[in-house]
Design a protein around this ligand. Structure first.
Ligand code: SF4
Ligand code: SF4
Length: 259
């Protein structure tokens, strides 16, 4: 899910898909390109992807980010991107690829679910405006399979609805990071490290929230507070609200300072 400014769509590759427009696509182990798309990828991971994957692998979020990702701060960026590290073999395959296909299929990342549709989002008066583009790579035989989908039916087929919702929530934060919020401290300062933890290391952020004076200093909605010890999504959403408040000074109904 790519964050864009307003409706600046001129540079987005692929065929734009209107809401009820159909595209043809199918994928199964019988296609001659089977598994070809799961290698040598710049596969961006979003915070909810990390939650699903670390739980699938039964490791901590910190261990997942350390072991399975590259954290990249690009020039002119004010927040790092997190990319799935490809295996160090001759084809740079996805670490979850097996001969039978994806070994973590039920928990595959948002980008893999959306594929071959790519999404872009911009915000109008705070409301997300989603754009969709059909963009299979040239080697993909999926479009020849003559099964027809709309953006909505494909989302439903792939179980991507909640993933997409979480990706939009994250895109809103990435939109805020188009402005440099760090000042002299820079993007490797203490506040930036905290923001990264709030987004990508839910287990450490949980320890910070529950074991520091956080809950004495901030007002958290009671129903959210009850979930924090065990619900990763509630904790991630609190983390995103914390980034808005602590980094950008934006209050939300999730989180506000006490007093
Ligand atoms: S390249 Fe396309 S058709 Fe081939 S396995 Fe990947 S998604 Fe399926
Ligand atoms: S996570 Fe699964 S679907 Fe996505 S690239 Fe890796 S093997 Fe392919």
């Amino acid at each position: 899910m790519k964050y864009i400014k307003n409706s600046d769509t001129a540079h987005i590759p692929g065929r734009p898909l209107a809401e009820n427009e159909h595209f043809s696509f199918g994928c199964h182990p019988g296609v001659e390109c089977f598994n070809q798309c799961c290698r040598n990828l710049n596969l961006y991971l979003y915070p909810y992807d990390v939650i699903r994957l670390k739980n699938r692998l039964e490791i901590s979020s910190g261990e997942f980010v350390e072991t399975y990702t590259h954290v990249v701060l690009r020039e002119q960026s004010h927040f790092p991107h997190v990319l799935l590290a490809m295996a160090e073999n001759s084809e740079n395959t996805c670490p979850f690829l097996t001969d039978e296909g994806c070994s973590i299929y039920a928990d595959r990342p948002q980008t893999c679910r959306a594929y071959p549709v790519e999404q872009a989002v911009y915000f109008e008066e705070g409301r997300p405006m989603l754009l969709h583009y059909f963009r299979p790579p040239d080697f993909c035989h999926g479009p020849e399979q003559k099964r027809y989908w709309t953006v909505k039916s494909w989302e439903s087929e792939q179980g991507a609805g909640f993933y997409n919702q979480m990706a939009v929530e994250w895109a809103e934060i990435m939109g805020l990071f188009t402005q440099d919020p760090w000042g002299e401290e820079g993007p490797s300062g203490q506040k930036a490290r905290m923001a990264f933890m709030a987004a990508y290391n839910v287990d450490d952020f949980r320890r910070f929230v529950l074991e520091s004076s956080f809950l004495a200093r901030f007002r958290v909605k009671p129903d959210v507070r009850l979930k924090l010890a065990h619900d990763d999504v509630a904790m991630l959403r609190l983390g995103l609200a914390w980034i808005k408040l602590a980094v950008f000074g934006i209050r939300t109904n999730q989180l506000s300072p006490k007093g």
